[in-house]
Design a protein around this ligand. Structure first.
Ligand code: PLP
Length: 360
């Protein structure tokens, strides 16, 4: 399948998808109102719960992760939302909340810094907010914010919902939505779950469902109440991406076989492997110490290497990494270490990067 032209992705999404998962999608089509489809969805949902650490509701929506960012805004923000912004995707979520006609305030941290729980507390004390958005893993900066501590703060405010974007870490880190009290925890299929793009997945708390029931104009496509109604019959309101659901079913079995805890531990080892390379090669981290992402490392380009030339070199060897995001292009580069990638594959990438440094 992977011919000469196959370039292995070490970019923070889409990530590499194993051939077995790609070919799972090639099964003959089934009707989405058939019992076969209902059985498929019924199999999937319980197997997905460990990704979020929930015994409660999980929804799989045909959309990318941004769709569920929009859903969280529409279903869960009553009037005014506090948006913690420390990078490009948290900034975009703030804009999505506003674009859905809700009021919102952005509390900004410089890029590279984590969200501070005490700043969340400071703002919630004003009593102005009924929801908070936080990006767990800022893909633009490689920052992993302290969501358990942030959740502990938010839970002191019974009327405030905590909405968490775990797009680039769910499936690679141990998330405990029930234990920590996350009201919505959302992700995309093309990141640490190592599937093709096209599905958005989330856990939704009982509190969030109750909030949705009291919020008018939730729209239709992303209405949690509609989703819940159809989920009772193992269906979805609109036609789902059936082939991707088959791929998800297959991948969840593979993840269970690896073991969720083993998968999370592998992600920690991959992060350490990349960290050792960064330190040994005269670079620095863009993310502040103590808050570095287990799934994507943003490297400060201290040596001023030509990232485009590095990627040309890597592509000739069948691999590619990511440049810095937006304004960080050239100043940083990003190495993704998430999904089904192995330590051997990361070692091959790092060896090639070292060889590039030697010859440039
Ligand atoms: N949030 C984060 C942290 C992301 O990294 C991304 C995409 O990279 C998104 C949201 C948007 O997700 P999608 O592209 O699946 O809509």
């Amino acid at each position: 399948m992977a011919g000469d032209s196959h370039v292995k992705l070490f970019i923070p999404g889409p990530v590499e998808v194993r051939p077995a998962i790609l070919s799972a999608q090639a099964m003959p089509m089934i009707g989405h109102r058939s019992s076969e489809y209902a059985n498929l969805q019924a199999r999937i949902l319980p197997k997905l719960r460990p990704a979020f650490g929930t015994q409660g509701r999980v929804f799989v929506v045909t959309a990318s992760g941004s769709g569920l960012q929009e859903a969280a805004a529409r279903n869960c923000v009553r009037e005014r939302c506090l948006c913690m912004v420390n990078g490009a995707f948290s900034q975009r979520w703030y804009e999505i909340v506003l674009a859905n006609g809700k009021q919102a305030d952005a509390v900004k941290e410089p890029w590279g810094r984590a969200v501070r729980p005490e700043r969340v507390d400071e703002r919630l004390r004003t009593g102005q907010y009924d929801a908070v958005t936080v990006v767990y893993n800022e893909t633009s900066t490689g920052v992993f914010s302290p969501v358990p501590e942030i959740a502990a703060v938010v839970r002191r405010y019974p009327d405030v919902l905590l909405l968490v974007d775990a797009v680039s870490c769910a499936g690679g880190v141990d998330i405990r939505a029930d234990e920590w009290g996350l009201d919505v925890c959302l992700t995309s299929s093309q990141k640490a779950l190592a599937l093709p793009p096209g599905l958005a997945l989330c856990s939704v708390s009982e509190r969030a469902m109750q909030r949705a029931a009291s919020v008018p104009q939730r729209g239709w496509y992303f209405d949690f109440l509609e989703y819940d109604k159809y989920a009772a019959k193992n269906h979805t309101p609109a036609t789902p991406a059936v082939s991707l659901m088959v791929a998800l079913d297959t991948q969840l079995d593979a993840i269970a076989a690896e073991g969720w805890a083993a998968r999370f531990a592998r992600h920690q080892r991959l992060m350490q492997q990349v960290h050792r390379w960064v330190e040994a090669n005269g670079f620095e981290f863009f993310a502040e110490a103590g808050y570095r992402s287990p799934t994507v490392t943003a490297v400060q380009n201290k040596r001023g290497i030509n990232v485009g030339a590095l990627n040309t070199y890597l592509r000739q060897r069948g691999m590619v990494i990511s440049d810095g995001y937006g304004p960080l292009k050239g100043q940083t580069f990003r190495i993704a270490h998430m999904g089904d990638v192995t330590e051997e594959e990361v070692a091959q990438l790092l060896e090639a990067m070292t060889a590039f440094l030697k010859q440039s």
